[in-house]
Design a protein around this ligand. Structure first.
Ligand SMILES: *Cc1c(COP(=O)(O)O)cnc(C)c1O
Length: 373
């Protein structure tokens, strides 16, 4: 049986044309017309004024923190229920992450806990420098509530929309709400450049600064002159070409992901112990990965049993992200915890959600899970 992957790259066709163009014009470097074109595609799609195409989403978060002036001894609040790429850059800067747990509706940062965390950190003598707000699995967080708290305390927000390109909150695309938005084009994301990311903002100087820092912070001079530390974080013109091709079919991919989710839900929701996450009012999820919770049942089947049974049939599935406050590397980091993300981690599973999965393959997964129960 052919392996069914969780979410594998899905090219649209135009990518090779853009790559060919880069070869024909010899723009084989982290500079060139596709970079500018890809940045333009991103700003008009998301609805922000400026974008810098970078080598990864993690690099985009790192540059956002640098531009916000986060340094040694500072504290930065971050969703606990996320991938490590969201919070590792806090540590690159010598700052301390402060983790905030999820609420049950969207699985994202709990606004009440956020407020509690900010108040408590201020009481302990340190106001957090920034908030990294994640929209996990494409589901928009409670943006209005979170942005209101951030404004009340005058703390900058970096929206981690790595998994949420194409998702919307009140008709506006994710990545356009915070002081910064970040995207990822890693191989498993909704669109890919094989590896890459972007930093988004309405602040022109900030994005110019990001481009400067991402190309080794070279000052204006005929020789190489440096007055600040730089990074090699720019996306290549070839990768940007792939990105331009992928942007042409992004809305098809969103529709494809949502179809996959609908099909799983229709066929599996008769099984009492399998729970799906709803879209709250005013939100539109790209459904990057279909996630389910496998709750206690009289067959004593848990999420690991399902995962192992799928693996036996050469089908890839994966537990939900292990919360950052439970990670050994972040042992002892200040955390504001309700138990929600821990429960989600224990019950949750990501099902194969690749838009290039054949309908028969999808049926194979659904029948296998149904059969187990
Ligand atoms: C993928 C991802 C990132 C990091 O993106 P890379 O491009 O892999 O560095 C950050 N946050 C979340 C939530 C992600 O899923």
């Amino acid at each position: 049986m052919e392996r069914i992957y969780l979410s594998s790259p899905h090219m649209g066709g135009a990518e090779l044309k853009y790559i060919q163009e880069a070869f024909d014009t010899n723009w084989i470097a982290p500079v060139g017309p596709h970079l500018t074109g890809f940045e333009k595609d991103l700003t008009s799609y998301v609805g922000v004024d400026h974008a810098a195409a970078l080598s990864s989403g993690t690099a985009a978060i790192h540059l956002a923190l640098i531009i916000l002036g986060v340094g040694a001894g500072d504290e930065v609040i971050c969703s606990s229920f996320t991938f490590a790429g969201s919070c590792n850059p806090i540590v690159y800067q010598g700052a301390t992450p402060v983790f905030v747990d999820s609420e049950a509706d969207t699985w994202n940062m709990d606004p009440d806990l956020l407020k509690e965390a900010i108040t408590d950190r201020i009481k302990k003598g340190k106001k957090p420098k920034a908030i990294i707000l994640v929209h996990l699995y494409g589901m928009p967080a409670k943006v209005d509530e979170i942005m209101q708290i951030a404004r009340e305390f005058e703390i900058a927000v970096i929206e981690d929309a790595a998994e949420a390109l194409g998702s919307m909150y009140k008709g506006k695309k994710m990545g356009a709400f915070g002081d910064f938005g970040i995207l990822s084009f890693n191989g498993n994301k909704i669109i890919t450049t094989s590896g890459g990311g972007a930093l988004l903002s309405n602040n022109k100087e900030a994005i110019e600064r990001a481009r400067f820092l991402s190309t080794q912070a070279r000052d204006q001079a005929p020789h190489y002159e440096h007055t600040t530390i730089g990074y090699n974080y720019r996306l290549s013109n070839i990768s940007a070409g792939i990105g331009r091709g992928q942007m042409e079919i992004l809305d098809d991919r969103v529709a494809g992901k949502r179809n996959i989710y609908d099909r799983y839900r229709k066929q599996l929701s008769q099984i009492d112990c399998i729970k799906f996450i709803d879209e709250p009012n005013d939100t539109f999820s790209n459904r990057w990965l279909t996630t389910v919770l496998i709750q206690e049942n009289n067959k004593k089947i848990n999420k690991d049993h399902v995962r192992i049974a799928l693996e036996k049939e050469n089908i890839e599935s994966r537990p939900l992200w292990k919360p950052m406050h439970m990670q050994p590397v972040f042992n002892g980091v200040p955390s504001y915890i309700s138990g929600v993300s821990e429960r989600l981690f224990h019950e949750g599973l990501c099902l194969p959600s690749g838009t290039n999965m054949l309908e028969d393959d999808h049926t194979r997964v659904i029948e296998l899970v149904s059969h187990l129960f």
